[in-house]
Every structure is written in structure tokens, then in C-alpha cells.
Design a protein around this ligand. Structure first.
Ligand SMILES: Nc1ncnc2c1ncn2[C@@H]1O[C@H](COP(=O)(O)OP(=O)(O)OP(=O)(O)O)[C@@H](O)[C@H]1O
Ligand SMILES: [Mg+2]
Length: 312
């Protein structure tokens, strides 16, 4: 069910490194664009490590700063700040004997990086408001879709922390650079969906596979997986053909000569108007306000684009 598809020599060599590092508590930094499988790979490392039976704790480093960040990672004692009604463990403690996965590690706020590095050196810390020194045994895997070295050069990321995290770097190439894997991935995801939704997996025509292999997949594997889910749910036929692919996907294959700017504008504006209309239950005055146009312009566009909506 959770097989990780390789499909190229480059990926097979990468997987050898993964299995090698899994056995040791070495810090691994996984680098790759969004949706390339960084978290999936981190889990594989954890599950192939001696820590497999213990927790795998993912934490997104991008959403918190200052005290909130410290709280998330190191926890707090009861009464240490307003709202701290009981002792709360942080991610480091939750990942004791297991693996802590630092996602979007480039986003650790600069102000928190020094303390953070110190904890990575000896795995000792105190909870916020506490005095007891907590010692944990945690393995660190981090991931980034940014060029950390560049951030170091720009002064946005501490060099010493970079070196600490970067002992073994593992790079996952974008899907467009390993298109050989696409047919296997399609088959794999359809089988997965078939189990999840209890419906037989459809065949996929060679034309569709060919289009998938020509497309650039800016959202990488996640984009492919989501597209297949959408098509799988919306069709009950036994084959997926080009006609079943959504128009926003097919749009990428239209001849450039057919890309009339007026048509692009019409589509985008129609979509935006309908979206807002729907959100405000067809209240035209609010639609115009939200879209920052006059009611007159809105009326004009509704007529011009032939958008039919119930009057309110
Ligand atoms: N090679 C692969 N084989 C099978 N499934 C994969 C593969 N790569 C990624 N996936 C699946 O694609 C989805 C996206 O992967 P994941 O969440 O690991 O990406 P990510 O690199 O962490 O993305 P982001 O940077 O956006 O967080 C997941 O459901 C994952 O299981
Ligand atoms: Mg991720």
C-alpha cells in the first residue's frame, strides 16, 4: 500500500543511501521541491531504523516563531504563561527514542536558531518555565525545498546549524526529471485508490500516459496523485481516457496559437465571479465590492461572458 516508486537508476542509488543511513543515528537533510516525497522518504528512514517501533514526530518549522516555537519543540510547565494550564510535552520529548522530522527547516526563525542548535548538540533542554533538565534520545531528519546554502550566504540561516543538519544530504529530483517512473506511479496510485474507495482500478489509455509524461508536474508526485484521485472519483468507466482528464489539466496541452488572451481573461474572470457569487449567495453588490469593480462593470461582465446567475 505504501510502496515508494523508484523507476530510475538515480532514484535507486538514492534509496541505497537511504537504507544505509537508516541504520545509524546520523542527521539527514532531505532536499527536494514541494511534493517530491520528502516526508514519505523520512518515514522510510524511520521505519528501517532501529527506532521503527517508536514515534515518528513531524513538525512544521514554518508556522511558529519566538516563544511559540520553543513551546512547540520543548514544551512548558504548568503555569509558565497565561493559558499554560497543565504541563505539555514538546516535539523533542514526544520523539524520545524515535525520530523527529523537522519539515521546512529553512523556516526556523533566526532568533530561535541558536538555542535550537545547542539542543541538537547535546539533546538536553528545559521546558518553558521549568528548571528540570530533560534529556532525550532523538534522531533528527530534516527537510527543505529551499536552497539552504544560499540562505546561509544571505545570512538568513546560521551556518553552524546548517552543517549540523546537513551531515548526510539526500536530494530527491523533481518528477519532471524522472518521468520513466510515471507509468508505475499511475498504476500504483490507482491500486491504492481502488483499495481506499473499494472500486476496481480503471485502465489508463496510452494517450493519457503519454500526456502525463509530457507534462512538467510543478507540484510533483503530490500533484499526480491528486489528479488521479479526482479522475478516479469522478468516473466509473473501466478506462481513463483523455476525455476524462479535467479541463484545467488539458489546458496545458492546448496549442499556443489557441491561447487567445481575451479567452484567458474571460475564463479567469468567469471563474472568479462564479466563485465569489457562490460564497456570498449571489449578492451582486458584495460580489462587486469583493472583486473591486463597480456594480456596472460587474453587470457588463455578466452580460458579456453570458454568466447566468439568480438575481438577488
Ligand atoms: N516515489 C513515490 N512513490 C509513491 N508515492 C510517493 C512517492 N513520492 C511521493 N509519494 C506520495 O506523494 C505524496 C506527497 O509526498 P510527500 O508529502 O512526502 O512530499 P513532500 O516532499 O513532503 O511535499 P511538501 O514539500 O509539499 O511537504 C504523498 O502521499 C507520498 O506518499
Ligand atoms: Mg512535506
Amino acid at each position: 500500500m505504501h510502496e515508494f516508486i523508484l523507476g530510475s537508476d538515480g532514484m535507486r542509488s538514492m534509496m541505497k543511501v537511504v537504507h544505509q543511513v537508516a541504520r545509524y543515528d546520523v542527521n539527514v537533510l532531505i532536499i527536494g521541491e514541494s511534493g517530491t516525497g520528502k516526508e514519505a522518504l523520512a518515514k522510510i528512514i524511520h521505519l528501517n531504523s532501529p527506532r521503527a517501533k517508536n514515534a515518528f514526530v513531524p513538525v512544521n518549522c514554518g508556522i511558529l516563531s519566538g516563544l511559540m516555537f520553543e513551546d512547540k519543540l520543548f514544551g512548558h510547565e504548568k503555569g509558565s504563561f497565561t493559558g499554560a494550564i497543565r504541563r505539555e510535552k514538546g516535539c523533542f520529548e514526544m520523539a524520545d527514542k524515535g525520530t523527529l522530522f523537522l519539515d521546512e527547516v529553512s523556516e526556523i526563525p533566526l532568533e530561535n536558531q541558536v538555542d535550537f542548535l545547542r539542543v541538537l548538540e547535546d539533546f538536553r533542554f528545559v521546558r518553558i518555565g521549568g528548571s528540570e533538565v530533560i534529556k532525550v534520545d532523538t534522531r533528527i531528519i530534516s527537510a527543505t525545498n529551499k536552497d539552504l546554502r544560499k540562505l546561509v550566504d544571505q545570512g538568513a540561516f546560521r551556518q553552524d546549524l546548517f552543517f549540523r543538519l546537513h551531515i548526510v544530504p539526500i536530494y530527491i529530483p523533481p518528477l519532471r526529471e524522472r518521468k520513466n517512473a510515471i507509468p508505475r506511479m499511475v498504476e500504483h496510485f490507482l491500486n491504492q485508490l481502488s483499495i481506499t474507495y473499494r472500486k476496481p482500478p480503471p485502465r489508463v489509455t496510452p494517450e493519457v500516459i503519454d500526456m502525463f509524461c509530457r507534462y512538467e508536474w510543478p507540484g510533483n508526485v503530490r500533484e499526480l496523485k491528486n489528479l488521479l484521485e479526482r479522475v478516479f472519483i469522478l468516473n466509473d468507466e473501466d478506462a481513463i481516457t483523455v476525455e476524462h482528464l479535467p479541463s484545467d489539466f488539458l489546458w496545458h496541452f492546448e496549442e499556443p496559437s489557441a491561447l487567445d488572451l481575451a479567452e484567458v481573461r474571460k475564463r479567469a474572470e468567469t471563474e472568479a465571479i462564479l466563485h465569489v457569487m457562490d460564497r456570498v449567495q449571489g449578492d451582486r453588490k458584495r460580489v462587486a465590492q469583493i472583486l473591486n469593480i463597480s456594480p456596472r462593470t460587474l453587470r457588463y461582465k455578466l452580460n458579456q461572458y453570458g454568466i447566468k446567475v439568480d438575481r438577488k
